[in-house]
Design a protein around this ligand. Structure first.
Ligand code: FUC
Length: 773
């Protein structure tokens, strides 16, 4: 069952017979650092370019003033039941304006910026036999067509191991490629551009009003001629049957000249398409080929738009779901690499100088969802940028915790940019104390999947202590109930009747309780593994014992707030209170039957009132249904996600048709969750297999405990499972029906039958175990 390394990796090709009608229908390429969106326009081809560090940078040193004096008064008002008065005072004192420097605009999160556009303008007659495609397995995008009896082809990749992009233009026929290329940037009064062209190079440098500087250079190598027409423009005329363009971008945050760095990045690369391509493909496949999905037919012979249309007309195409899931893996590989920045709201692709939500780093679902597929898809190292981002924020988070809330530990904001600054922005949403805990969950994931104790000791546990310290100081006793409660507290970003808009503040939102339970339990578990801080653990256990419990409300639903408030928008897109269902792990029928049932009612209630109405919200529903072992419902939501919230190039959308990448990543995580789950000590095989997926295969998924799992199923049941143990730990496997036998190296091994189709297997490091039925 090891993945066969054939050329056609399944479900990995999307193609179109039309150019992109707009940027978000383009084909994305990227290597974490650089990103390009290829529109495939035959006569004036545009590749929109990005560099991950190109943010405007105007407010990158923002700080915060002390504003916590009125916290006692705020809490008293909440406890007296004066929710509106308390919330208004909270927003006034602790909200966006609280951390605002005099005279600045309320929201000082820097927008992520486009770097520029590469234009290729061939001269030819009308176009036929048009095709543009993205091969996820090689990470190469291409455009090809015939004009004037000449076959024109353009191929693009962002090199998987070098800071460059490579583009090959070719013309096969009687005439050479004849046309121009140009680099330019959208009109922007806040960015000064200075263009040049000399020898075989063209480019420009840009400088934002605040000082951040960047440079783009393209070098052209042809078998024909290149002529630079105007020295003050970044453009060139080409006449050649083949041309190679190497392009790079560099950013300097300290007002230094970025051009030498940009040029050095290009100097290092051999000007040879075949060599670069071979390197690139082999680097890319080291990540991409870790997972192989075989679900439904690989209808790669049908163009992607047509496949979507057929699905809209009611024809099932499960292979599209696999393609969409693979696309999520491809996008993570292309937008998040160790040493770089985390994937933002649009990964690394953005064409606007004023993008929606500043194309920033949102901490109340979006950034976390981006990383949901990382571990299960065996690409845990791609979450490094997220972990680095959190650690970069810690010093600023400490200052914020102290100045805003008079607490030790850290407070992280609801939204930020890559500078790691922690100030409340976007007034009305920003009094929220859950970001640090939610991000800390990803440190726990990293440990659970890798069992890397050095990581736990040096990175995860220190962070857990910071987050825990904040809660130790923040929680207060509710004089009415005697419980420890967070206050002010909110359930992102949902208002209730009697609360405030755009979000209601209260005593003890369920999500805050869940985040506190998670953080403190992970901190205790880590301390126990590392044999540290027995006294602190006792303190944390005491807090957990006194913490306000989660409640079941009058509809049988898991309450979103400690009080059973009435929601203003029952179908709200956020599912914050379902955190313990997914991405958390405490709502399982075995561990918390009553709360799990209530979580299901809460989900049904949301959906019956129109919930799931953004790409990411739909994806979250998929993950929740998978955790509730509802394969058909999970599948139905995956289909809806594709048909209602994706462009023809499968980029996910947020209303009103804004590209937001979280939905892509959430969908990948959701599909994996349907095939394999590993939370709370058991590896669950095919826990939410849709009834229509009769047979199929998946290879390379990771389970907690550092196992790699391959599954083959027929007739809706596992027929072969192969588990590789990387850490030699015992594992409990839940598979509906216990396997008939388990073989290692051709020899049968014994295992324990626990009942309910569960078994327990002792493993050794490096051991490969084949389960059959
Ligand atoms: C959260 C969501 C919005 C949007 C924004 C970027 O605030 O509530 O729907 O996705 O992030």
């Amino acid at each position: 069952m090891a993945p066969a390394h054939t050329d056609a990796w399944p479900h990995s090709l999307m193609w179109h017979t039309q150019p992109a009608a707009e940027w978000k229908q383009g084909l994305p390429i990227g290597n974490g650092l650089l990103a390009g969106m290829i529109l495939g326009l035959a006569t004036k081809e545009r590749t929109a370019l990005n560099h991950e560090r190109l943010w405007r940078g105007q407010f990158r040193s923002r700080t915060i003033e002390p504003v916590h004096e009125r916290l006692d008064e705020i809490r008293r008002l909440f406890f007296e039941g004066k929710v509106l008065e308390a919330s208004t005072l909270t927003n006034e004192t602790l909200g966006g304006a609280g951390g605002m420097v005099a005279g600045s605009r309320p929201n000082r999160v820097d927008p992520y910026q486009p770097a520029g556009d590469l234009w290729v303008q061939p001269t030819h007659g009308p176009v036929g036999e048009y095709r543009r495609q993205l091969d996820l397995d090689s990470a190469v995008a291409s455009v090809s067509y015939v004009a004037d009896a000449v076959r024109y082809r353009r191929e693009y990749f962002a090199h998987s191991g070098r800071p460059i992009m490579a583009i090959r233009l070719s013309a096969q026929g009687d005439k050479p490629f004849d046309g121009s290329i140009e680099l330019s940037r959208v009109e922007d009064p806040d960015c000064e551009i200075s263009s040049y062209a000399a020898g075989n190079a063209l480019g420009f440098t840009g400088r934002f009003v605040e000082g951040i500087r960047f440079a783009i250079e393209a070098r052209v190598f042809t078998d024909g001629q290149v002529s630079i027409s105007e020295a003050d423009k970044a453009s060139a005329r080409l006449a050649a049957s083949e041309a190679l363009i190497l392009l790079s971008i560099a950013v300097d945050l300290d007002d230094g000249d970025p051009l030498p760095a940009c040029r050095a990045q290009l100097d290092d690369a051999p000007a040879n398409w075949d060599d670069l391509l071979a390197e690139h493909v082999s680097e890319h496949r080291k990540l991409y080929r870790r997972v192989r999905l075989e679900i439904g037919d690989d209808n790669r012979h049908i163009d992607t738009a047509e496949r979507l249309e057929r699905m809209r007309a009611g024809k099932s195409d499960d292979g599209m779901l696999a393609l969409h899931a693979n696309f999520g893996r491809y996008l993570l590989i292309s937008s998040s690499r160790p040493g770089g920045l985390p994937a933002n709201l649009q990964g690394k692709w953005n064409e606007d100088i004023a993008p929606p939500w500043d194309c920033d780093l949102h901490h109340d679902i979006n950034l976390q969802m981006n990383y949901w597929p990382a571990e299960v898809c065996g690409m845990g190292e791609l979450a490094e940028p997220l972990l680095d981002h959190v650690e970069r924020s810690v010093p600023h988070g400490r200052v914020a915790a102290q100045k805003l809330y008079n607490c030790r530990g850290i407070w992280l904001p609801i939204q930020t940019d890559p500078w790691g600054r922690c100030t409340p922005e976007s007034r009305g949403w920003d009094v929220w104390i859950g970001a640090a805990a939610w991000l800390a969950q990803h440190f726990w994931f990293r440990y659970e999947y890798s069992l890397d104790e050095a990581f736990l000791r040096t990175r995860a546990y220190p962070l857990f202590k910071e987050v825990a310290a904040f809660y130790e100081d923040y929680l207060v006793t509710d004089p009415r109930s005697g419980y420890l409660v967070p206050v002010p507290s909110q359930s992102p970003e949902n208002p209730f009747v009697g609360g405030t808009e755009p979000v209601s503040l209260c005593v003890a939102a369920a999500m805050d309780i869940e985040l506190i339970q998670d953080t403190l339990s992970h901190a205790i578990a880590a301390a126990e593994i590392l044999d540290l801080d027995a006294e602190l653990c006792e303190k944390w256990r005491n807090i957990l014992a006194k913490l306000a419990p989660l409640q079941v409300g009058r509809h049988g639903q898991l309450q979103e707030w400690f009080e059973d408030y009435e929601e203003i928008e029952v179908g709200h897109r956020h599912l914050s209170h379902l955190y313990h269902l997914f991405p958390g792990d405490r709502f399982t029928p075995e561990d918390a039957p009553q709360l799990t049932r209530a979580a299901r009612v809460a989900l049904e209630r949301r959906l019956s009132a129109g919930g799931g109405h953004s790409g990411w919200s739909r994806s979250w529903c998929v993950c929740c249904w998978a955790r509730l072992a509802e394969g058909d419902l999970a599948c139905e939501h995956l289909v809806r996600l594709l048909l209602d919230f994706a462009t023809v190039s499968l980029l996910d959308l947020h209303p009103p048709k804004i590209f937001q990448i979280d939905g892509n990543f959430g969908a990948t995580a959701g599909l994996c969750e349907m095939l394999l789950q590993s939370h709370r000590g058991a590896i669950r095989i095919l826990p939410a297999l849709p009834s229509s997926w009769k047979s199929g295969k998946v290879a390379g998924l990771k389970a907690r405990g550092n196992f790699t799992v391959d599954i083959e199923w027929t007739g809706g049941k596992a027929s072969n499972v192969r588990i590789v143990s990387h850490a030699g730990r015992p594992c409990t496997i839940a598979c509906g029906q216990a396997p008939r036998r388990i073989v290692r190296d051709g020899l049968e091994v014994s295992f324990e039958r626990l009942g309910d189709g569960r078994i327990r297997l002792a493993t050794e490091t490096g051991g490969v175990y084949e389960l059959s039925w």
